[in-house]
Design a protein around this ligand. Structure first.
Ligand code: SF4
Length: 340
């Protein structure tokens, strides 16, 4: 039995709870499974906010006009030339790139530096920020730098435990959890998004948890891979019934070859639509089939009430970054006429 949450979470459970209820770190039940949802008791998310950056204003204006397509940034880690190359492929075909890490590539340029590289190459950034490797002082510094860079938004997540990725030798920090990071980011004037994992236990309380993140300052919710249109519709409905007013941006899995399938499988709390990977990997042209499957799923998600955009999600195998971004760009072009 775990004595405490290994990620020091206050507003748990995290999205890494396995489908059988065990912790992402150890084969023991998540400590939050039987506890009531932890309420947000911090400062109200309004008042005393810094003015929004130009990037935030532009993204809010865009979202007031139509749905958006965001794409994970597929680029070689710690490689400015690769980031620029990927941005050039994506530019004009998706609205923003989401910068994060993956279990295979934990070490990345600091969020604000990466955002600066993306924006210098001509695209707007929706910057991922985790507390896994940063205490509150480092988080405050990053949020100030991200505002200075003028990012479109900040995606506030607790982050996977180091033991689940390529740098299990690193000491976990987890000074604040995602709810507290969201509140900090809101005060800094950012457009704040958070993640929620509808398929992770306790499934029946995931919407309640999102409501507390909204109270802390979240405006948008990226919906983790939950198994297709039906589960996402159910989750949004439950959240809206509770009073959640955030915009929803569901993740759309993008797989074009066995390497990108393998990377996607490394995501915690991954649930794909039935037969999704078999359809792609069994096709004579997996890249073509992967684009078609992503477009089909994205169109279904974009039709849902409350959905303000989609996030093309996943990553490439080493050396396939440009080819993978070309798939993102193709999906973005196919979705453009359907954005409302
Ligand atoms: S699953 Fe997540 S929230 Fe639950 S105990 Fe483990 S690390 Fe903590």
């Amino acid at each position: 039995m775990l004595a405490a949450c290994p990620k020091h979470m206050e507003h748990g459970p995290c999205g890494g709870v396995a489908l059988d209820g065990t912790c992402e770190v150890a084969p023991e039940p998540c400590v939050f499974l039987d506890r009531p949802t932890v309420r947000w008791d911090g400062a109200p998310a309004t008042g005393d906010r810094r003015p929004p950056s130009s990037g935030t204003v532009a993204m809010r204006d865009l979202l007031a006009t139509r749905q958006v397509v965001v794409a994970d940034l597929a680029a070689r880690p710690l490689d400015a030339a690769s980031i620029e190359e990927s941005v050039q492929v994506l530019r004009g075909h998706v609205d923003a790139v989401l910068t994060g890490d993956s279990p295979r590539s934990r070490v990345q340029f600091p969020p604000a530096y990466r955002a600066m590289l993306v924006q210098r190459a001509g695209m707007t950034t929706w910057a991922g920020l985790t507390s896994r490797d940063r205490n509150r002082v480092a988080l405050e510094a990053e949020l100030a730098a991200l505002a200075h860079v003028g990012v479109a938004g900040v995606h506030c997540v607790t982050g996977d435990h180091p033991s689940t990725g390529s740098r299990s030798d690193a000491t976990p920090v987890f000074d604040l959890d995602s709810t507290r990071v969201a509140a900090l980011a809101a005060v800094e004037g950012h457009l704040v998004s958070v993640a929620e994992a509808p398929a992770s236990p306790p499934v029946e309380r995931r919407a309640e948890r999102l409501l507390e993140k909204q109270r802390a300052g979240a405006e948008f919710c990226f919906v983790n891979h939950a198994g297709g249109v039906g589960p996402v519709r159910r989750f949004i409905g439950e959240a809206q019934d509770l009073g959640v007013t955030t915009g929803f941006i569901p993740c759309v899995p993008v797989v074009i070859d066995p390497q990108s399938a393998e990377l996607l499988r490394s995501f915690t709390s991954l649930v794909l639509p039935p037969g999704f990977l078999d359809r792609i990997l069994g096709a004579s042209d997996p890249a073509h089939e992967g684009v078609a499957a992503a477009v089909e799923l994205a169109l279904g998600l974009l039709a849902l009430d409350g959905v303000v955009g989609v996030d093309l999600s996943g990553g490439s195998g080493p050396g396939s970054e440009v080819r993978y971004c070309e798939a993102f760009a193709e999906i973005g072009r196919a979705l453009a006429p359907a954005l409302r």
